[in-house]
Design a protein around this ligand. Structure first.
Ligand SMILES: [Zn+2]
Ligand SMILES: [Zn+2]
Length: 215
């Protein structure tokens, strides 16, 4: 099953007309399963602007996953939920918020979100990552990687062989952990982007809002 990942919110943009801002969000689409919005960026108006500018429909999202409770990943949530009245939520269990009339799963342990899509559970008690089964193996989608890229890859590997990782690699510099991956897309808060790009030129893809990855 082909999976399409569109970066809709990032510190950088890939095309004119999209808005860059400190934060992260991406949309995960595959035939036969609900569209998943992973994180919501820092601001609702920027999120909705980029989504519609990219020709995507916020109303078509069936599931929203929040990686962790930092404002640059959750700030757009309320505004998004005003235009999407039905999406189901998978949020860190420590989130103190009520979402009337919505299905909400408070995530702590690893779990399956829908067909071929899993959460690592709240690693380090701070952050969950998405693990998406594709034809090429497991693709890991991260918010900021606060638990450490290595621990996230270890957790994801329990579900299958990991071939790629996309998202923010906050503070990450244990570059050896990326060896063997065929897709590396350092986004958002990654401090050592240029080193990673230099070490893995064949595997790296430059990130920014508007980037579409197919796996
Ligand atoms: Zn962040
Ligand atoms: Zn963070």
């Amino acid at each position: 099953m082909e999976t399409k990942i569109t970066i809709v919110y990032d510190n950088e943009v890939m095309e004119e007309g999209l808005w860059a801002d400190w934060g992260f969000s991406c949309l995960v689409e595959a035939k036969g399963r609900p569209q998943i919005l992973f994180d919501t960026g820092a601001g609702g108006p920027i999120l909705l602007h980029n989504i519609s500018r990219l020709g995507l429909d916020p109303g078509a999202v069936g599931i929203v996953v929040l990686s962790h409770l930092h404002g640059d990943h959750t700030g757009g949530l309320q505004t998004f939920l005003e235009v999407n009245r039905h999406a189901e939520l998978f949020v860190p269990y420590s989130l103190r918020a009520v979402f009337p009339g919505r299905r909400v799963t408070a995530v702590k342990e690893p779990l399956q979100i829908c067909e071929n899509v899993f959460s690592t559970g709240m690693l380090g008690d701070i952050e969950q990552s998405l693990v998406v089964g594709t034809e090429g193996g497991m693709l890991v989608i991260v918010g900021c990687s606060h638990p450490g890229v290595g621990s996230i890859i270890d957790a994801a590997s329990k579900l299958g062989e990991v071939f790629g990782i996309v998202g923010g690699f906050h503070g990450f510099r244990d570059f050896n952990r990326l060896k063997g991956l065929s897709l590396i897309c350092p986004c958002h808060c990654t401090q050592y982007k240029s080193e990673i790009m230099r070490l893995f030129p064949e595997q790296c893809i430059e990130c920014g809002a508007g980037l579409v990855l197919e796996a």
